[in-house]
Design a protein around this ligand. Structure first.
Ligand code: ADP
Ligand code: MG
Length: 701
C-alpha cells in the first residue's frame, strides 16, 4: 500500500531539505504533509488595506504601507553592518532596517521608488522602525480578489534563520495544496454537512490557507472549528457512555432514618434551592443502578460540604460506608470537626485518617472499616493507601478535585468490585466551556446560590505606602471583636526568600500589634503538624486575633468570626487563588473585607486581576476572566486534556460552536453508542485515526 498523501514525510515536500525538515520537526512538531496542512495561520492581513506611517503605534501587528524611499544608509562596521532605508508617505517617515543580507538588499533597493511594504513595526531607541520588511513594487492592476487576504503563520527564530518565516511556511503549504495528489478526505457524514451547511473539507483546507474571499474564509474557519470541537466531544460522549455501561453502580433506593433524622432534627437552617436541586440530581444518580460520577461545583461557602454529608447519609441508609478525601490535613480535620459536630446525637461513627494518625489508632480504624462499625472515614490521600480496606464502600467524596490526579482517582475505584459512586467537589469554579471539555465525561451539578444573609465582601486595592491605614482598620475591627488573616505569597521557586518575607512580616505585625493586648498566630507549610494545629486552634478559638500565614490557609478553612483578609503582594497571586483566599472571610454574619496590598508598579495582567477582584465576587465570572487572561494552558488540569492541542478552535470565543458540537455528539452516541451504524462509519474511522495521533487523551476521566 502506498502511504496516504497526508502521511507523506515532510522531507518529500518541494523546498524542504533535511535541515529544514529537522527544524520543522523540532520547532513545530511538523512531521508530515498533514501536520503542515493543519498548521493554520494565526491571523490574516488584508492586502488591499494600507496604513499611514503616522498611525504606527503597536508592536505586535503586521502592517502594510505604501511609501517611497527617501534615504538609504549603511551603518556600522562590515561585521555588524545594518542597512537603514527611510521611507515616507503623506503622513510621515519610518525606517526600514536590515541586519542581514545588507549587500544584497542594497543592490535591490531603488531610491525614490514607491514600494508596498509589509512587516511588523518595532520600537528602537524611542523610534519606530520595521525590521526585515517585505517589499514589492506596487502593481498597476488591482490585486486579484483571491490574493487580497494573506495568511500569517507563527514561526520561530531558528526557522526564520532557515528562510522559514511566515512567508516561507506559506510557500510550503501552497506547494502541498497545489500538488495534484492533494485530496482531503471528508471527515463528517453528509447529514451533518448538509444540516449545518458546512463547506466540504477540501474547500475548507484550501480557504483556511488561501482564502478566496472573506466569506469563504469565515466558512472555512467555521467548518474546521466545528470539526475540531465535535470530535473531542464525540470522544467524551463515547467514553461517558462506555463508563455507564461498564460500571454497574450500587443502587441506593432508600431514604431512611439517618437522612430523615438529620434533615428534620439536626439541620438548623433551610437548604437553599440550589442545594435541594443538586441533592435531587445526586439522588437520581444513586438510584439509577449506574455508577455516579458527578462533579459538584459551587463557590466557596455555597454549602457543598452539607450536600456531601447528606449524600453520605443516603449511602448509610442503604448500609454502605463512605469516605471523604481532602487535599490537606488541615482541611481533612476541619471536615471531620464540622461533620462530627453536625452529626452529634445521631448514631453515626466518623473517623479521621491522615498521615499523622498513630499506628494503634490506624489499626483500630482498619478493624472498624472491616467489621462495618466505622461508617464514614474522612482523611487525606492516606485514604487510598493499599492497606485501607472497606467492607462496603459505597461512596467516595473528593473535595477540591484538581489536586488529586487521575491515577489517584482510579486507585479509589479499584477498592471494590462494584465501583463506588464518586462525587467530586470543587470550589474553583470552572468556566462552563472548559468544564465541557475537561470534564465532558462527568455529570455536573452547580450550586449557584449562596445561603441567605451573606453580605458581599468589600474588596479594596491598597498601595504599600498606605499601610498605616490598613493597620488602623485592623485595630478597629479587632476592637469590635473580629479576627484578621494576613496572607503572604509562597512559591516554590523562591521559597527561601518568601519564607523570610513571611517571617519579617510576622515580626512587623507583632510590633504593630504587641502582646499582651494582641496575640498573633502563624502557620506555614514548613511547620510541624502539631505546631500548625495548635496555631490554627489558637486562631479558631479566638485566642489569637491575627493569623499570619502562607497560602496553606487557602483551602476550606472555616473561622466565621474572621472578617478581614489582607493579602500581601497581591500581584503575585493568580485570580483563582485570590478568590479562594477571599472566600475565607464572609462566612459569618458580619460585613467582611478583603484588602489587596501591592506596590505601585504592576503589570497589565496584575492590574486586571486586582481590578476584577475589586469589581466582582462571582466565582464564575472570575474564572472566565482567568481563562481569558491566561488561556487554558495554565489552568490546572488542562495539560493532558487535549484542549491544549486545539489547532483552530478557542474554547472561550467559540462557546456557541462548542455547545452545538457537544449536543450533536451526545445525540449521536445516544442513538448509536458504538458508532456501528453504517451512516456513522466515517465518524468511527476518523475517531480511530485521531486516537492514533493523540494517545494521551486516554488518560482523562
Ligand atoms: P463550601 O464547602 O461550599 O465552601 P460549606 O459547606 O463549608 O461551603 O458551607 C459554608 C457555611 O455555610 C457553613 O458554615 C455551613 O454550615 C453554612 N451553610 C451551608 N448551607 C447553608 C444553608 N442552606 N443556609 C445557611 N447556612 C448554610
Ligand atoms: Mg468546603
Amino acid at each position: 500500500m502506498t502511504t496516504p498523501f497526508f502521511e507523506t514525510p515532510i522531507e518529500y515536500s518541494k523546498g524542504v531539505g533535511p535541515a529544514r525538515a529537522d527544524l520543522l520537526k523540532k520547532e513545530l512538531n511538523i512531521h508530515t504533509f498533514g501536520d503542515l496542512l493543519t498548521y493554520f495561520p494565526f491571523r490574516y492581513v488584508d492586502r488591499s488595506k494600507f496604513w499611514q506611517i503616522a498611525d504606527i503605534k503597536d508592536e505586535n501587528t503586521f502592517i502594510q504601507l505604501r511609501a517611497r524611499i527617501v534615504r538609504i544608509q549603511t551603518i556600522g562596521t562590515t561585521h555588524h553592518q545594518r542597512l537603514v532605508a527611510t521611507v515616507r508617505d503623506a503622513s510621515g517617515e519610518v525606517d526600514l532596517v536590515w541586519f542581514q543580507g545588507v549587500k544584497w538588499v542594497l543592490e535591490m533597493l531603488s531610491p525614490q521608488q514607491e514600494y508596498v511594504i509589509f512587516g511588523k513595526p518595532g520600537l528602537f531607541n524611542g523610534r519606530w522602525n520595521i525590521p526585515h520588511p517585505e517589499l514589492e513594487i506596487p502593481s498597476l492592476q488591482p490585486l486579484p480578489l483571491n490574493e487580497t487576504i494573506r495568511p500569517i503563520y507563527n514561526s520561530t527564530e531558528k526557522l526564520k534563520s532557515k528562510g522559514l518565516d511566515f512567508k516561507g511556511i506559506g510557500k510550503l503549504i501552497k506547494a502541498i495544496l497545489m500538488n495534484e495528489r492533494f485530496i482531503m478526505p471528508e471527515s463528517l457524514p453528509p447529514e451533518i454537512i448538509q444540516g449545518l451547511r458546512l463547506i466540504n473539507r477540501q474547500e475548507a483546507f484550501v480557504n483556511i490557507h488561501y482564502p478566496q474571499s472573506p466569506e469563504l474564509l469565515k466558512k472555512a474557519q467555521a467548518r474546521l472549528k466545528f470539526e475540531e470541537l465535535f470530535y473531542i466531544q464525540l470522544r467524551l460522549a463515547k467514553q461517558r457512555y462506555g463508563r455507564l455501561l461498564k460500571h454497574e453502580g450500587h443502587k441506593f433506593l432508600k431514604v431512611g432514618e439517618y437522612v430523615n433524622q438529620f434533615y428534620h432534627h439536626h439541620l438548623t437552617f433551610e437548604l437553599t434551592n440550589a442545594q435541594k436541586r443538586v441533592i435531587r440530581e445526586i439522588r437520581s444518580d444513586l438510584g439509577s443502578g449506574n455508577q455516579m460520577n458527578r462533579l459538584l461545583q459551587g463557590d466557596v461557602g455555597s454549602g457543598k460540604t452539607l450536600v456531601a454529608l447528606m449524600t453520605m447519609l443516603i449511602a448509610l441508609d442503604n448500609n454502605y460506608q463512605s469516605c471523604l478525601m481532602a487535599p490537606t490535613e488541615i482541611l481533612a480535620r476541619q471536615h471531620f470537626n464540622t461533620i462530627t459536630g453536625m452529626l452529634t446525637g445521631l448514631n453515626v461513627v466518623v473517623k479521621l485518617l491522615t498521615g499523622s494518625t498513630k499506628s494503634a489508632e490506624r489499626r483500630d480504624i482498619q478493624a472498624g472499616l472491616q467489621n462495618e462499625t466505622v461508617h464514614l472515614l474522612i482523611g487525606t490521600h492516606a485514604l487510598i493507601e493499599e492497606n485501607v480496606k472497606f467492607a462496603r464502600l459505597g461512596l467516595v467524596v473528593i473535595d477540591e478535585q484538581h489536586r488529586f490526579g487521575v491515577a489517584q482517582r482510579a486507585k479509589l475505584w479499584g477498592k471494590n468490585t462494584v465501583t463506588p459512586h464518586i462525587l467530586v467537589m470543587t470550589a474553583t469554579p470552572i468556566p462552563r466551556t472548559l468544564a465541557m471539555t475537561l470534564y465532558g465525561d462527568l455529570d455536573t451539578s452547580i450550586i449557584d446560590e449562596m445561603p441567605p444573609g451573606r453580605k458581599t465582601i468589600v474588596t479594596k486595592h491598597v498601595f504599600e505606602p498606605e499601610r498605616a491605614k490598613v493597620f488602623r482598620f485592623m485595630r478597629e475591627k479587632i476592637g469590635e471583636g473580629r479576627q484578621v488573616y494576613i496572607v503572604f505569597p509562597l512559591i516554590k521557586e523562591s521559597e527561601t526568600l518568601d519564607l523570610k518575607n513571611l517571617a519579617d512580616g510576622y515580626q512587623s505585625i507583632i510590633q504593630e500589634f504587641p502582646p499582651p493586648q494582641f496575640s498573633v498566630a502563624m502557620v506555614h507549610g514548613k511547620m510541624k503538624q502539631m505546631e500548625k494545629d495548635s496555631e490554627m486552634k489558637r486562631f479558631s478559638d479566638n485566642q489569637a486575633q491575627i493569623m499570619v500565614s502562607t497560602t496553606v490557609i487557602e483551602v476550606g478553612v472555616d473561622v466565621p468570626n474572621a472578617s478581614v483578609m489582607v493579602i500581601e503582594n497581591a500581584e503575585r497571586f493568580g485570580l483563582a487563588q485570590l478568590h479562594q483566599l477571599r472566600g475565607r472571610v464572609g462566612r459569618g454574619s458580619d460585613q467582611s473585607y478583603c484588602i489587596l496590598m501591592s506596590g505601585y508598579v504592576l503589570s497589565a495582567e496584575a492590574k486586571k486581576r486586582i481590578s476584577t477582584m475589586v469589581r466582582t465576587n462571582d466565582g464564575f465570572e472570575i474564572a472566565e476572566t482567568d481563562l481569558q487572561l491566561r488561556g487554558p494552558g495554565d489552568l490546572q488540569g488542562t495539560q493532558q486534556s487535549g484542549i491544549m492541542d486545539l489547532r483552530i478552535a478557542d474554547i472561550v470565543k467559540d462557546e456557541k460552536i462548542l455547545k452545538y458540537a457537544r449536543n450533536l455528539a451526545s445525540e449521536i452516541i445516544a442513538n448509536d453508542p458504538g458508532l456501528s451504524k453504517e451512516k456513522n462509519d466515517i465518524l468511527a474511522l476518523h475517531l480511530i485515526n485521531m486516537d492514533k495521533k493523540h494517545q494521551n487523551w486516554g488518560l482523562i476521566s
